[in-house]
Design a protein around this ligand. Structure first.
Ligand code: 8YV
Length: 316
């Protein structure tokens, strides 16, 4: 059972390998009842971030033995409950690193160079012409980037910022002595607060999980420079959205760029009302190449499971 429409090449491959596959025809999230039925009726369920699978859904009676998440983040699945129910869960790391790092850079430039504001002005027919003080943004080259969570995507952002734009890198990671592939002089700081205080742009790359909920709250926002920008391509609940809206409104920080939200697809009106935040609709991995690669990764995991081998990206 595939919960959403997948890229055509992957759906073709699914049909070829598993003729009994049930593909999504309407491409709307299954919802709790639909997911309960899926787990009771199908041997294999292939969900996305748009479906929540809390512990109750793994309570007996269920038929599903394998949940292959289309995506690397799996905070929407209670994997402990899945493990207790004997369900194997896999994800798709690696294949979406570059696409997601590129969206972080897109947000970084859109926010610092006020690209959203400019585009809105042009589309509204409100542009009155060039002038020396029109929509002045912040220069990026040579400024310091702070990375919270130096995993695959954090490191890919660090390389882009450092190699492309001469940005010194400071970061925090929950393991010590991390060497950043391609950025050997990146400086690991011993606290989130130290990174927030040092950076001109902070990019969030920690996984979504209970311990990271509201990692960036009002107090942490107040540690940032008033000229700094905050970028989030990780998970929405890592940032307290209300606190962020307040900080953007009162000038605690200069701007932000968000691709993810606490309760997607809801984007709070108080954020939508602000000019100094760029808002994208969870586009991190949204390239044709990457979405196909993600689907193929799910298939590789499923094939291993069906053959009795260890799935390469098993989470539990
Ligand atoms: C995906 C993501 O598009 O993989 C992830 O964790 O956040 C996105 O890039 C989404 O999760 C698909 O389920």
């Amino acid at each position: 059972m595939v919960t959403r429409k997948w890229p055509e090449p992957v759906e073709q491959e699914l049909r070829r390998r598993y003729p009994s596959v049930r593909l999504s025809t309407d491409d709307v999230p299954l919802g709790e009842d639909g997911l309960r039925d899926a787990l009771r009726e199908a041997d294999v369920v292939l969900p996305t971030v748009s479906e929540r699978l809390p512990a109750e859904l793994f309570e007996p009676p269920i038929r599903a033995r394998f949940v292959g998440n289309f995506g690397v983040g799996y905070n929407h699945i209670d994997v402990d409950a899945a493990a207790r129910a004997g369900v194997v869960v896999t994800n798709t790391p690696g294949v979406l690193t570059d696409a997601t790092a590129d969206i972080a850079m897109t947000l970084l430039f859109m926010a610092t160079r006020r690209a959203g504001e400019g585009e809105r002005e042009v589309r509204a027919g409100a542009w009155t012409g060039w002038r020396p003080t029109h929509l002045l943004g912040a220069e990026v080259t040579g400024k310091t980037i702070g990375i919270l969570g130096m995993g695959r995507i954090g490191a890919a952002v660090a390389r882009r910022a450092n190699h492309g734009f001469g940005m010194p890198v400071v970061f925090h990671h929950n393991k010590e002595n991390v060497v950043v592939d391609g950025v050997p002089d990146a400086t690991q700081l011993d606290s989130v607060d130290a990174v927030l205080a040092a950076a001109d742009v902070v990019s969030v790359h920690v996984p979504g999980r209970a311990s990271n909920r509201h990692l960036i709250d009002a107090a942490r926002l107040a540690r940032m420079k008033p000229t700094a920008f905050l970028i989030n391509t990780a998970r929405g609940d890592v940032i307290d959205q209300r606190a962020l809206a307040g900080a953007l409104r009162d000038g605690t920080i200069a701007g932000a760029g968000l691709d993810v939200y606490e309760d997607e697809p809801d984007v709070p009106a108080e954020l939508r009302a602000l000019e100094n935040v760029v808002l994208l609709p969870h586009l991190g991995s949204a390239t044709a190449e990457t979405r196909t690669a993600m689907g193929m990764r799910v298939l590789a995991n499923l094939a291993a499971y069906v053959d009795g081998r260890e799935p390469p990206n098993r989470v539990v």
